[in-house]
Write a protein that binds this ligand. Structure first.
Ligand code: RP5
Length: 167
């Protein structure tokens, strides 16, 4: 249901959390390398065939001159979530962020924070959850669990005091 693509296999360590969270939610996905600059025709073909292959959302990660998410969005009607990657050719991450974020009117890319592939996975799952109640309930349980984890920390801090927090 979800296509996870990245500009290079060097992006994989950053992009893996997107796959892991989708697996946790039981959502099917494919994961591959598609480079806007090195395999432009493959990029166009991927975007042109994505909907017919059953994909509902595309998560695209890239670093530096990160044109992949925007160019995929320019071809497909599917929602595209962009993950800016702080890669070896990125100056400081801002280049990746701005390349993905600053799209022209008419061609949106939902851009998550730098290296935030997990959030891209959750956002993709939430889109699936709009028409799949099972997925929606799993996301609700995930949020309930997150809430409980923070409340447990609140209680621990209250009971043990701030001096002992890092013991
Ligand atoms: C980008 O260039 C890729 O998305 C990657 O983040 C970066 C570096 O790629 P490699 O030189 O490691 O293949 O297009």
């Amino acid at each position: 249901m979800i296509g996870i693509i990245m500009g290079s296999d060097s992006d994989l360590p950053v992009m893996q959390p997107a796959a892991e969270i989708l697996k946790e939610f039981g959502i099917s996905f494919e994961l591959t390398v598609v480079s806007a600059h090195r395999t432009p025709l493959r990029m166009v073909e991927y975007a042109q065939t994505a909907k017919d292959r059953g994909l509902k959302v595309i998560i695209a990660g890239a670093g530096g001159a990160a044109h992949l998410p925007g160019m995929i969005a320019s071809v497909t009607t599917l929602p595209v979530i962009g993950v800016p990657v702080k890669s070896s050719n990125s100056i400081d991450g801002w280049d990746s962020v701005l390349s993905i974020l600053q799209m022209p009117n008419g061609v949106p890319v939902a851009t998550v924070a730098l290296n935030a592939a997990k959030n891209a996975g959750i956002l993709a799952a939430e889109i699936i959850g709009t028409f799949d109640e099972t997925v929606s309930q799993k996301i609700a349980a995930y949020k309930t669990n997150m809430n409980a984890e923070v409340i447990a920390k609140v209680d621990k801090l209250k009971n043990e005091g701030w001096e002992n927090k890092f013991d």
